[in-house]
Design a protein around this ligand. Structure first.
Ligand code: HEM
Length: 406
């Protein structure tokens, strides 16, 4: 931390780019990352005019790290989540407090690196089938391929056995339209939008209804069939809380949806950008090939190889730092709180952006970056959280692949 002298946020400068009546809403909703990048140099914390709620953009990455690394007691989910909760439910991606911790403990065993609840061979099979479909010399749109691959893999990891019934296919085919519609409804009231008979609305409503039906049917089948299908849904259905209670069908639906939303696009975008970065850095491409040859010696990778693929991990970490799939995250203060000398009031909305170095300081080849705000947690960059398979913060309750919550 900087050791800044304490200051009330009343003296914090207002970000440039606001409009007379609409304030900064248009900039945040339309210009998004471009707006954040533009105002980044205006100060570590900036005030945004976004209606009556005191709203701040936090630019300082160590402050961001502290805010996102909180367990949810001081910094709860922001306003955005109150808007989307009626649509996406109260899964790990949107819940807070004791309920979040309970759910988290029940979901997490499936994400163990040593004994994953999903079938690693089935995932590997999906990857091989896609890679083998690429013909030598053919031009492949890697962004599209990686999106499709990631959605397929998350589907297999969640519902491996439902391939036969078609529910998994319905879920895979409807999730993108559902997420797009939720995005629109997070900025405009859904009851208003739903009444407009536009093609996009019809697409969303149809996707939502088909998705809900397939999720309900899948969850019902798993609940009535106790066998372990080697997937995340089986593991979550079998999980019991501290009082020995299983999740209700509604809770299961929310968790599955949360994972579908959180896991598909983020992984697809991360992989697409990784290939882009590798294509721009021939030395990195060569070192990756050398590492694969040395560690794998021509065989398929296993979970045990992950810890030995050190350079590969650095490439992924660096890609996530430079090209974070999320352009913004937000929290709401539950009480007055001081972060690095800034005294925020209770009920303030804090917007944070992923940390990116200025272009001139970008390394030309991937390097380990332990200080990535979403990659680790408060004050302990080399802690297990920094080795999380999903780079969420939220210590001690960060993303599912992370350590067991205390
Ligand atoms: C490269 C891929 C991924 C990236 C960049 C990513 C990024 C993130 C980030 C930044 C958060 C924190 C959000 C917040 O605290 O507000 C998060 C949380 C989460 N992610 Fe991921 N994620 C990835 C892959 C996945 C996958 C594959 C899954 C599921 C199979 C997943 C499931 C979740 C869940 C459930 C949460 C909420 C965790 C909690 O608060 O307890 N993510 N992810």
């Amino acid at each position: 931390m900087s050791g800044r002298t304490d200051q009330g946020v009343g003296s914090v400068p207002v970000a440039s780019g606001g409009f007379p009546l609409a304030g900064h809403r248009p900039a945040v909703a339309v210009q998004r990352l471009a707006f954040f990048e533009r105002v980044r140099s205006e100060g570590p914390v900036l005030r945004l005019r976004m209606g009556r709620t005191p709203t701040f953009l936090v630019n300082d990455h160590l402050m961001v790290r502290e805010i996102l690394g909180d367990s949810g007691d001081t910094f709860a989910r922001g306003q955005f989540f109150s808007k989307v909760r009626p649509l996406v439910g109260n899964g790990l991606g949107s819940s807070d407090g004791a309920f979040h911790l309970r759910q988290r403990r029940m979901v997490q065993p499936a994400f163990s690196h040593e004994h994953p609840g999903y079938d690693v061979d089935a995932l590997l099979g999906g990857i091989k089938t896609r890679v083998e479909s690429w013909r030598p010399g053919a031009v492949v749109d890697m962004a599209r391929e990686m999106d499709a691959l990631a959605n397929e893999l998350i589907n297999t990891a969640l519902f491996s056995s439902d391939k036969v019934t078609g529910d998994a296919d319905t879920i895979r085919d409807t999730i993108a339209d559902f997420i797009a519609g939720v995005g629109v409804r997070s900025v405009v009231p859904s009851d208003l939008v739903d009444k407009l008979p536009t093609p996009a609305n019809r697409r969303f409503i149809r996707a939502r209804d088909r998705l809900e039906e397939a999720l309900a049917s899948s969850i019902n089948r798993y609940r009535t069939d106790p066998q372990d299908h080697k997937d995340i849904l089986s593991s979550t259905v079998a999980a019991r809380d501290a009082d020995g209670r299983p999740m209700s069908p509604g809770e299961l639906r929310d968790e599955v949806l949360s994972m579908l939303i959180a896991g598909g696009d983020s992984s697809g975008h991360a992989l697409g950008w990784a290939f882009h970065e590798i294509s721009q850095h021939p030395t990195a491409a060569r070192r990756l090939r050398e590492e694969f040859a040395e560690v794998l010696e021509g065989r398929d990778p296993t979970m045990r190889d992950l810890s030995r693929l050190v350079y590969t991990r650095q490439v992924i970490n660096e890609t996530l730092r430079l090209r974070s799939p999320g352009w913004m995250d937000m929290r709401r203060t539950t009480r007055p709180v001081k972060v690095d000398g800034f005294a925020f009031p209770a009920e303030a909305e804090l917007l944070t952006q992923p940390h990116r170095p200025a272009p001139a300081t970008r390394p030309s080849t991937p390097t380990p970056v332990p200080s990535t705000p979403t990659g680790g947690h408060r004050g302990t960059p080399s802690s297990p959280a920094a080795r999380c398979s999903c780079p969420s913060a939220r210590a001690p309750v960060c993303a599912p692949g992370n350590r067991w919550p205390t």
